[in-house]
Design a protein around this ligand. Structure first.
Ligand code: COA
Length: 154
């Protein structure tokens, strides 16, 4: 939808990120909910960025990326859009905006890891231009299988 805007994280977004992460907790690797303090600390790292998606002045989604400009590689994730806000283009805009930033930071290769059972997220990444690169057995602490998706930035 055209009414979604993506912008950089601000400290006052920390609580929204905690809420959006908790809402989709089953899909993530972490066993524990995020805390606002952890989000704020992560946002201060020089090798990590958060972006948020807003609709009607409300934060409806976020993503993060860990990147290493010295070697040109990055990992995108987590990404989460509120359950009642999904399938309206927010996720796609978040990924496109983060890939634009990563490219400008000298990154040429981005990976994302998704649980193998999360077929809708795998399809989502495919629709964002990623390809399936590897099937990872017993990848998580709970020994769930995962899929590694990748995209090369031109
Ligand atoms: C995966 C996730 C981030 C996708 O976010 P989203 O906002 O629903 O994604 P989008 O709306 O951009 O795209 C989803 C689908 O809607 C479609 N879509 C995009 N824009 C649209 C629009 N304007 N109108 C209708 N449909 C649209 C897309 O084509 C896409 O369909 P496809 O995957 O079949 O191609 C979201 O579903 C989510 O938070 N899931 C739970 C957490 C999770 O699994 N995270 C990934 C693991 S880290």
């Amino acid at each position: 939808m055209d009414d979604v805007t993506v912008r950089w994280f601000r400290p006052e977004d920390a609580q929204d990120i905690v809420r959006l992460h908790a809402e989709n907790m089953d899909y993530f690797e972490e066993e524990q909910p995020l805390t606002p303090e952890f989000v704020i600390e992560s946002s201060k790292r020089s090798d990590f960025r958060f972006m948020v998606a807003e609709r009607g002045g409300k934060v409806v989604g976020f993503t993060g990326a860990l990147f290493y400009s010295s070697v040109g590689r990055a990992e995108l994730g987590p990404i989460s859009v509120g359950k009642n806000q999904q399938n309206h283009g927010a996720g796609n805009k978040l990924v496109a905006s983060m890939l634009d930033f990563l490219k400008s930071a000298g990154i040429h290769r981005v990976v994302a890891h998704v649980k193998a059972s999360n077929s809708s997220a795998i399809n989502f990444f495919l629709s964002c231009g990623f390809y399936v690169e590897a099937n990872l057995r017993e990848y998580t602490m709970k020994r769930e299988d995962a899929v590694q998706l990748a995209v090369l930035l031109n």
